[in-house]
Ligand binder design. Structure first.
Ligand SMILES: C[S@@+](CC[C@H](N)C(=O)[O-])C[C@H]1O[C@@H](n2cnc3c(N)ncnc32)[C@H](O)[C@@H]1O
Length: 291
């Protein structure tokens, strides 16, 4: 830990945006400071001169020291959600994300789950050897097998399938049984009769919304919000070490969490600070109106 830097304590933790490399900035925070890290890091890019550019073949080497800091500042019951998608390089998908997953496991992370963000409004497109990307990975890492997860917070309306599926129940539907296809998926569909809400799948169908963001790689606010609802309680601390325009801050502070954002670019740090101020202003206004 760098003694020259002011050290935040859990009791003085407040929502703020830092400008700088997250590798250095995080040294201000003690171990086990955050309940959730949710982020979309700079993309790998052959053109290393772009602001985001980290070369695909150097990506794991670049990411690992930062991930070591994430591991240190995350609470034992916390989650790390990494929104990432590998580029195609020289006509094939690069393997750096797969290599990163293996390297993160070596570093001590558990690769607990992979959620898929399906970009609902992605318009069609075609290259000679593939179609337009309409999904990205949201890799879920934890420090231990038991972690905070509020499954009820992300329940979804049962939907139309219930009407048809629950109308004619077979013998396997009324007892809990192990799937015949051997995937260990045990179910008792009859349990869902009469219910209006169900647990979601691990595919998130969310529209992109870059138009109003001033950041070419912003994710929609619904994406961090979903993980914040699932993996934190109000009052918990959320970190986005590559905060960009401040979307995670908007979702976290708007939902009553403390949020810390970091961005290397002065321009984006200013943007994220404006986002923080705006959501804090809106909250104060609502509180005043309700008083
Ligand atoms: C994909 S963007 C994040 C976009 C963000 N999710 C949003 O909704 O606006 C990645 C961000 O990481 C920042 N960045 C790149 N290297 C960084 C580093 N070492 N430390 C902190 N931020 C960094 C870039 O400036 C960029 O804004």
């Amino acid at each position: 830990m760098n003694a020259a830097l002011p050290l935040h304590t859990l009791s003085t933790m407040r929502s703020e945006v830092h400008e700088g490399d997250c590798l250095n900035v995080l040294k201000q925070y003690p171990d086990a400071s955050f309940d959730l890290i949710v982020t979309s890091p700079p993309y790998a890019d052959q053109r290393a001169s772009t602001y985001e550019g980290v070369r695909p073949d150097r990506y794991v080497e670049w990411f690992l020291p930062r991930a070591a800091e994430f591991l240190r500042v995350l609470k034992p019951t916390g989650s790390f959600v990494l929104n990432i998608k590998e580029k195609a390089v020289n006509g094939e998908r690069h393997t750096y994300v797969l290599e990163l997953i293996l390297a993160l496991r070596q570093q001590g992370w558990l690769w607990t789950e992979e959620y898929i963000w399906h970009k609902r409004n992605s318009f069609p497109g075609k290259w000679p050897n593939r179609f337009r990307d309409a999904w990205e990975r949201c890799l879920h890492f934890t420090k231990q097998r038991k972690f905070k997860m509020n499954q009820d917070a992300v329940m979804v309306p049962m939907g139309d399938w219930a009407q048809t599926r629950l109308k004619s129940l077979g013998k396997n539907d009324v007892v809990r049984y192990d799937s015949q296809v051997g995937n260990a998926f045990a179910k008792n569909i009859a349990n869902w009769q009469g219910r209006t809400m169900a647990y979601p799948t691990n595919v998130l169908h969310l529209a992109t919304e870059c138009g109003n963001k001033n950041h070419s790689a912003a994710f929609p606010v619904t994406l961090p919000k979903w993980f914040i609802d699932l993996f934190t309680d109000p009052g918990d601390a959320v970190l986005d070490p590559f905060v960009g325009s401040g979307t995670t801050i908007e979702a976290a502070v708007g939902g009553g969490r403390t949020a810390v954002g970091i961005d290397l670019s002065p321009e984006f740090a200013i943007l994220a600070r404006q986002q923080l101020k705006s959501v804090q202003g809106a909250l104060a206004f609502t509180e005043k109106s309700n008083a």
